[in-house]
Design a protein around this ligand. Structure first.
Ligand SMILES: *Cc1c(COP(=O)(O)O)cnc(C)c1O
Ligand code: SF4
Length: 357
């Protein structure tokens, strides 16, 4: 198996390198040469792209598009607003806060794949926004906030840090008595499964009273390979659960068969669907967005009842005031003093007795 460091050294981020994997279209070539944007992926993920189809679901997440220059519906200074960076509470740049008991802690702005639909695009991809990700400063802030019991380490992709840095981070957090869990958001099981090494397993493993949870991001069944299955299995053997946070993406996973297959296939490699996010109104990603209702319709038509409850994510919009669930609401047809009329996924109805308060 090729090492993850080698995957990063051979990162595909020039036109010439890309041409070794796909037949680049004229539009794609123009986007790459004309736009100032950070782009690129691992050779592993690049090899999953369709050579000839520019609409390949993986290719659209990897290769820049001229459509990114258009912005009709996106909000200016999106990330500052979304992550409450302009509020009165003084926090380091590395800490984003929407909740009392948990925070997002950004430790890097480097990624293995620069997703074209990234909601942190201004920071991670286009780099118009400059923030300081000082790990010590972030740790000090968390240390001084005993109401925080859950830290979500994010980026960028935190698993691009070295084993030593991750070990230090975990150790420091576990030494704070108020912390009850540590979470990582990392796309590496999908875009760089080679990162899940014996060394990393040693860093993560152990039945420590402060558990580690991981959420990855997989948006299409094509992204799941034997390598993904191996990486996830190895994480589970360390006592680390792996969930998925998909992004609803127009033309990629917004149809019933793909949406269902994605969630079923995730379970076959032991990844538990957690969230499906509405694609956020960051500037320059209008072409990835659907109407808001679309996600709820897909949960209703593709997975509710059609497949196991284990495959059911919660459909949410991640707003500046926290995540807001927008699940389909069609089950209660009628209700009176004594009974409910309930409808199932096939439209069949049943009666259920009610108990007065
Ligand atoms: C998403 C997010 C969290 C974690 O939310 P959960 O619903 O607990 O997964 C915490 N803080 C911020 C700023 C977030 O964006
Ligand atoms: S891995 Fe996450 S942070 Fe990095 S570009 Fe993709 S969506 Fe953005």
């Amino acid at each position: 198996m090729e090492s993850w460091q080698k995957q990063m050294q051979n990162h595909v981020h020039t036109l010439d390198a890309l041409k070794k994997f796909i037949n680049v279209t004229e539009q794609e070539e123009r986007a790459i040469t004309e736009m100032h944007t950070r782009w690129g992926t691992t050779p592993y993920f690049a090899a999953l792209m369709d050579k000839n189809d520019p609409n390949c679901p993986i290719r659209r997440q990897v290769v820049p598009s001229l459509l990114e220059q258009k912005n009709t519906y996106g909000l200016a200074n999106y990330l500052i607003w979304k992550e409450n960076r302009a509020t009165d509470e003084v926090r380091p740049d590395s800490i984003a806060r929407q909740y009392q008991d948990r925070v997002a802690f950004t430790v890097t702005d480097v990624c293995a794949n620069y997703c074209r639909h990234c909601f942190r695009k201004e920071l991670v991809v286009d780099r118009e926004l400059q923030l300081r990700f000082d790990v010590e400063e972030g740790l000090d802030w968390i240390r001084g906030h005993p109401e925080v019991r859950d830290v979500l380490i994010t980026g960028g992709d935190p698993f691009l840090l070295s084993d030593d840095k991750l070990a230090y981070l975990i150790d420091q957090l576990r030494n704070m008595p108020h912390l009850q869990m540590i979470r990582f958001g990392t796309r590496t099981p999908i875009v760089l499964p080679q990162r899940i090494t014996e060394g990393l397993k040693k860093v993560l493993a152990g039945r420590h009273p402060v558990p580690i949870w991981i959420n990855t991001q997989c948006n299409h069944p094509k992204e799941i390979t034997e390598e993904t299955a191996r990486a996830v299995y190895d994480l589970l053997t360390c006592g680390v659960n792996v969930g998925n946070q998909a992004v609803l993406l127009k033309g990629i996973n917004d149809d019933v068969p793909t949406f269902r297959k994605l969630h079923q296939k995730l379970l076959t490699v032991r990844i538990r669907p957690y969230y499906v996010f509405y694609c956020e109104p960051a500037p320059g990603i209008d072409h990835f967005r659907t109407p808001v209702e679309k996600g709820a319709e897909l949960v209703r038509d593709a997975i509710r009842g059609h497949t196991t409850g284990l495959a059911q994510p919660m459909y949410v919009i991640a707003t500046n005031i926290g995540k807001i669930p927008l699940m389909p609401d069609y089950y209660i047809m009628d209700k009176n003093e004594t009974e409910y009329t309930l409808r199932n996924y096939q439209g069949k109805t049943t009666k259920w007795p009610n108990i007065p308060e």
